[in-house]
Design a protein around this ligand. Structure first.
Ligand code: CA
Length: 240
């Protein structure tokens, strides 16, 4: 049974979410402050995280979780539909971002979808890649079973979405994936994901590749179309 930690200081919202999640078979903890959330983080599979809490910002909790080595999935709940918050949340490592008001039923569906993505299939029936390493001599390797990605043998600390994006892109280095193809592959049907959300996750992914010593153009933006993994062959063959 998956455990969902609701970090939310508005009791009515917390209770209605808890009710819907429990009815759907989840075990639920509620914390109304960052301090209370800290003690419950370790056992959480997924955190529903309000950004404005009495003792600080939800962003602090995301950072704290990452520092402690806990990697729960995180869905940010915000009362402000501000692009800056959305981008910041996704860059900090949240898996999804929802603006209040939302229906508890919608939230349960999102929780399920995020958890489904988070769990690697035991035996992938239809492997997306032909192997765990792309056929070309790319400095990137992606292992879908262990969900580890590395650049030049340095492990990349990716969020789930970043990992899934990278795993999709490396299936065919050089091929351009449109944003809607990436949304289909990474989020699946039924998600109202905007192109900008894709862009901000790619931005986060690219930053981590660069931090590991990679070329910022390794994940290449094809203007007006989408993204691709640049291959040396492709960049030599393509004119500038
Ligand atoms: Ca609040």
């Amino acid at each position: 049974m998956s455990n969902v930690l609701i970090v939310e200081d508005e009791p009515a919202i917390a209770e209605s979410l808890a009710f819907a999640l429990r009815r759907d078979g989840f075990s639920v903890d509620i914390a109304d402050t960052l301090a209370a959330a800290n003690g419950k983080l370790a056992q959480a599979d997924l955190v529903l995280l309000d950004l404005m809490l009495p003792d600080g910002s939800g962003f602090d909790l995301i950072q704290q979780a990452r520092r402690s080595g806990a990697h729960p999935a995180i869905i940010v709940l915000s009362s402000r539909d501000e692009e800056a918050d959305r981008v910041a949340a996704l860059e900090t490592g949240a898996d999804d971002y929802v603006t209040k008001p939302f229906s508890p039923r919608e939230m349960v569906a999102r929780v399920r979808a995020v958890l489904r993505r988070a769990q690697p299939p035991d035996a992938p029936a239809v492997p997306r890649a032909t192997g765990s390493t792309p056929p070309m001599a790319l400095p990137i390797s992606v292992d879908e079973v262990t969900r580890r990605a590395s650049f030049d043998n340095r492990v990349l600390d990716l969020t789930r979405v970043e990992f899934d994006l990278l795993a999709c892109l490396v299936t065919e280095p050089g091929r351009v994936f449109t944003r809607s193809q990436l949304i289909d592959q990474v989020w699946g049907d039924g998600f109202a994901i905007t192109d900008r959300t894709v862009d901000s996750h790619v931005k986060g992914l690219r930053k981590k590749v660069v931090e590991a010593g990679g070329d910022p153009n390794l994940i290449e933006t094809v203007r007006g179309v989408g993204y691709r993994i640049a291959t040396s062959a492709a960049s030599e063959g393509g004119r500038t």
